[in-house]
Design a protein around this ligand. Sequence first.
Ligand SMILES: *Cc1c(COP(=O)(O)O)cnc(C)c1O
Length: 460
Amino acid sequence: MSDEVQRALDAAHRAAVEYLTGLGDRAVAPDAPDTELPIDRVLPERPVDPATVVHDLAVEAEPGLVASSGPRYFGFVTGGSVPAAMAADWMATAWDQNTALWPMSPAAITAQNIAASWLLDLLGLPPNAGVGFVTGAQMANWTCLAAARHRVLADVGWDVEAHGLLGAPHVTVVVGSSRHSTIDRALRFLGFGDQTLRTVDSDEQGRMIPEALGAVLDDVDGPLIVCAQAGEVNTGAFDPFGPIVDAAHARGGWVHVDGAFGLWARACADRRHLAEGVDRADSWSVDGHKWLNVPYDTGYAITADPEAHAAAMTQLAPYLVSQDDARRDPMNWGPDASRRARGVPTYAAIRSLGRSGIDEMIDRCCRLARRFADRLGAVDDIEILNDVVLNQVLVRFVSTEDSDAYTWMVIDRVQRDGTCWAGGTTFRGKAAMRISVSNWATTEQDVDESVAAILRCRTP
Ligand SMILES: *Cc1c(COP(=O)(O)O)cnc(C)c1O
């Protein structure tokens, strides 16, 4: 190995270890959020030594880094990276395998295939399901819904890959009113415009109301896709899958479940019941980079109909035919052609945690969310707005004047304080702080310090 490679990797290793060592102690918000970072902006006319590039970048980027992979970041649903997954991801970079086609990397694709079967086992999904490794739940939703579009149209004799949607039989797409916005975008990419969706009302936790679904389905005829959800982004609530699947299947429909983070409840004995019946759906999107604590970009598009899945995704070109069975090529299970060895960090995360470690990680995050709700909810002028069934907590700060403005002010102060970070949301018309616990490294002490910081930020 050339000295250049060695020195560049040493610089990266040193900087990474230093960053990770300090991750639990640094302020969660960046030191320099609003100022220009001192990252060198001059396009160099001549080459710069690789180790210098890496070292300078590490130093100059430092003040603008957000400790979002650390234990007190509760914004969005983020997660960190378990050590084995992060280290394996480095290795995947060093290997630089293209995992589009089997001959390009039998090793990385084998690891990915093993990871795929482990995922199905952990999530309690059909063992022969099709699995595409994609960049995240956005593209998993898209991939699954492309498979759905294929199937429901093929069932009425229309080949959508050949003929497109112009002139196709009408497909009714039903969504819940509390769906994630990536569902709309995925559907838009597939030719189903926002205004064409049939929306079903949700209850106060954001769960689709089965009777409301029934009423919508009563006047539906022909191809049907229903989008349900495991883990509502604000509340963490689960749609009632049993009744939804029964109603949709009775009409020959396809049920897709957006389970970006919530589907991980299936890997936890004490939470599994929350997603009762979800295994009878037709497709599922789930993230690795959120709750499994795998580095970005990792999501999984899973379908119970590998035929439809492959039909929607298969890309053919004479030079791309790798061997007799194109099904072995990851390229045919998702939208990307060339891609990094995405399966490798997932393999490493699952192997290092084991079934019990994953169960424990999911359960711990839920218990820590409960701890947040109990501690904050015990304070007089604080309300917890949701049923804390999973890892999400919605906190409202009540004032005699304007509780919305007060809540946004507390959120802003908490973010500036730097002890922890939580975002804001509007839930059922009310401003709320949104706390999501999804990091493998978060402890009770992290929660207690964060609660103390939040309480401190309330007083003017
Ligand atoms: C995060 C999220 C998504 C989008 O996932 P990405 O990984 O960001 O693409 C979709 N649905 C839900 C419920 C989510 O929480």
